[in-house]
Design a protein. Structure first.
Ligand SMILES: [Zn+2]
Length: 369
């Protein structure tokens, strides 16, 4: 279990370093200018098309560079018997993932350079506002457009469970738009549940691997946790946090672009899309620096959702047994070092979540029988 988590962590770090390295090499060697010239050549000097070709080449290079690590990650999941995905299906997922990345990346890049050309002084403010709108849009369509590209979903059929969830959500004073069964078992042996979507697409999704092996009481406890995210409005709050961070990111990108153009003479002008790796570098460094803070915020939300679930279910015992099962099934590190928790974990360690539930149980003994 420790070894699995250590490998996964190192894979994540290696992947990040590789991506960062690519951006730095492109900028330091000037190869980004050659890619831009190539893109212009292919696009017949049409700017919008050239931006697209440039992004396409960048995503291809990035994918090819990271393919070894991706494949190693696939092998690791098998080695620890956490995956039953066939190689062919994995390759299909890689291609789909690359395509989704290309479409989203191209939309974002076109938007950035269109605003740069239209409003060179305030492009970063306009692009920031547009990014937030797009972010909300993607959060909304993700469960109906993006997730189904990789997994099958169907409305939950277990009537008894559905009934329980409706009662749970009524007690919470909220309405969830739907509960879906997520066919995770086709690819993985892990179990998972999540709250996804926004507005009309807001839904709870439950992996079939969870529905199979957990008692109704345990599933209810996990549902109650997801409902806790909903009750505490974690998705809209997350969007606000995201908006604040991207604001800083765009401001910094604008400053650094000007510095690179005026002082370092790396590029002729803002609209030279060979500077895209520099914008991406700013975003990568910013997310890296903010990761511990964002993870801390996420762990805070998770604890809040856990506390909600204790009060929403008749007994905390299934919450504890469900957590134990999840930890075993997903090979989760029950008690990682404090440093690993602070740097990498978006959820509190299972040991702490169970401990918190037990503490709550003791202090509320007699209230919830
Ligand atoms: Zn959660």
């Amino acid at each position: 279990m420790r070894r699995y988590n250590r490998i996964r962590r190192r894979l994540g770090i290696a992947d990040f370093v590789l991506g960062l390295g690519l951006l730095i090499v492109l900028l330091a060697t000037g190869w980004t200018a050659r890619l831009r010239d190539l893109a212009y050549l292919g696009a017949g000097q049409i700017y919008v098309l050239a931006v697209f070709f440039y992004v396409a080449m960048l995503t291809v290079i990035n994918k090819l560079l990271g393919l070894g690590l991706d494949y190693y990650g696939f092998r690791v999941e098998h080695r620890f018997q956490l995956s039953n995905q066939r190689l062919r299906s994995w390759v299909r997922d890689q291609v789909k993932g690359w395509l989704v990345g290309l479409v989203i990346g191209a939309i974002l890049a076109e938007l950035v350079y269109a605003t740069i050309r239209a409003a060179p002084r305030f492009w970063w403010l306009i692009a920031w506002a547009a990014f937030i709108v797009l972010y909300v849009f993607f959060a909304q369509i993700a469960p109906v457009v993006l997730f189904p590209l990789f997994y099958k979903f169907k409305p939950l059929e277990n009537e008894a469970l559905k009934e329980r969830l409706m009662r749970l959500s009524e007690r919470a004073g909220t309405r969830v738009k739907g509960v879906y069964e997520w066919k995770l078992s086709e690819k993985s042996r892990k179990a998972n549940a999540a709250l996804a979507g926004l507005g009309a697409t807001r839904r709870i999704i439950l992996a079939d691997t969870l529905l199979e092996k957990y008692t109704d009481d345990e599933i209810e406890a996990i549902l109650a946790h997801e409902l806790g995210h909903h009750v505490h409005r974690h998705i809209p709050k997350g969007i606000l946090v995201h908006a604040g961070i991207t604001f800083i990111g765009f401001w910094a990108a604008n400053q650094i672009l000007h510095f690179a153009i005026e002082r370092l003479h790396m590029f002729e002008q803002l609209s030279d899309f060979a500077n895209l790796p520099l914008i991406m570098l700013v975003s990568a460094v910013l997310s890296f620096l903010l990761m511990p803070a964002l993870n801390a915020y996420s762990r805070y939300n998770e604890r809040q959702a856990d506390r909600y679930s204790y009060t929403a279910i008749p007994s905390v015992a299934p919450f504890i047994s469900g957590m134990n099962k999840l930890a075993d099934q997903n090979l989760a590190e029950r008690q990682p070092s404090r440093l690993v928790e602070v740097l990498f974990h978006s959820h509190p360690p299972i040991a702490k979540r169970i401990q918190a539930a037990e503490t709550w149980l003791r202090s509320h003994a007699g209230v919830h029988g």
